[in-house]
Ligand binder design. Sequence first.
Ligand code: FEC
Length: 314
Amino acid sequence: MTTKIGVLVMSYGTPESLEGVEAYYTHIRRGHAPSPEQLKELKDRYEAIVGGVFPLRENTNRQVEALQAALNNGHAGEKVEFVCYQGLKHARPFIEDGVEAMAKDGITHGVGIVLAPHYSVMSVGTYIKRAKEKAEASGIEMAFVESYHLHPELIEVLSRRVSAKLDLFEEAGAVREDVRVLFSAHSLPERILSMGDPYRDQLLATSEAVAKQAGVRNWQFTWQSAGRTSEPWLGPDILETMHELSEAQVKYVLVAPVGFVSDHLEVLYDLDIEAQALASELDMRLMRIDSLNSDPAYMSVLSDVVRTAAGQFK
Ligand code: FEC
């Protein structure tokens, strides 16, 4: 008999339409509605990226589908079938909806994984907490993947992407070694550091490993997309870093947002529009590595760590 293992694939979530932005923003703000100015500012950013379309939804759908295929393909004769369920942090289907769907299908064992490679108690930790609570209430035994930031295939695919863009810089006449590679990730409130959170160290470890594999010595790490709240967030922000680089006469910059795996607002707006505009102002040439989205190599990373976590059910 084939045993079914549920895989709860968790991602940030995005609104379904511009009308849904207010409810989405209110959810991110833990039930506090944004001011009309804040709401307008967010809607404007969504409109600027691709005219009010929400690419993260389509990308997450594709990743979930591709992961299910990667988990089951080429394993004929195995007595385990993996069934993927989507669970989003701030939009439908919510994390709890995904666990509920598993329970309805009679799943008794599941693995939870987040489409973000680095662990912070404020990011992946909150996804896992919600999934755990719902799974316990639903009688499902669950194992969780907390991080996969140094998985060899992840380092390999990211370093290939860095090298590919450095080739383009060279073709455009730049000296490869003159290109400053900026690894970046979503900022979090500074207070995570005093909590002993591994987020920053994991991001630095990924950046160092990718730089080493791609043979890059001219690199640094910077934060991006800090939230609009009054407390201090981890810095320096990428825009500040770009100003500093410009003062130091750096002309070529390649951004590698290793904390993200999909094309979405924080990549398509914060980097491709906001950072690009600053680059033009500073007379700097800025490129970004392509996002992983549903690249088979990324699916292979996810499939490997999910299978390993599922191993504990044997
Ligand atoms: O394309 C899209 O529709 C969604 C883009 C999106 C991604 C994303 C990823 C992360 N966030 C993380 C932390 C925070 C914290 C706050 C916060 C706020 C926002 C807001 C928007 C938003 N985030 Fe996000 N985030 C995305 C979008 N994020 C929109 C609200 C407006 C703003 O502040 O810009 C602050 C919440 C608070 O008020 O307390 C904290 C982290 C990630 C990367 C890991 C992950 O994917 O979960 C960490 C994608």
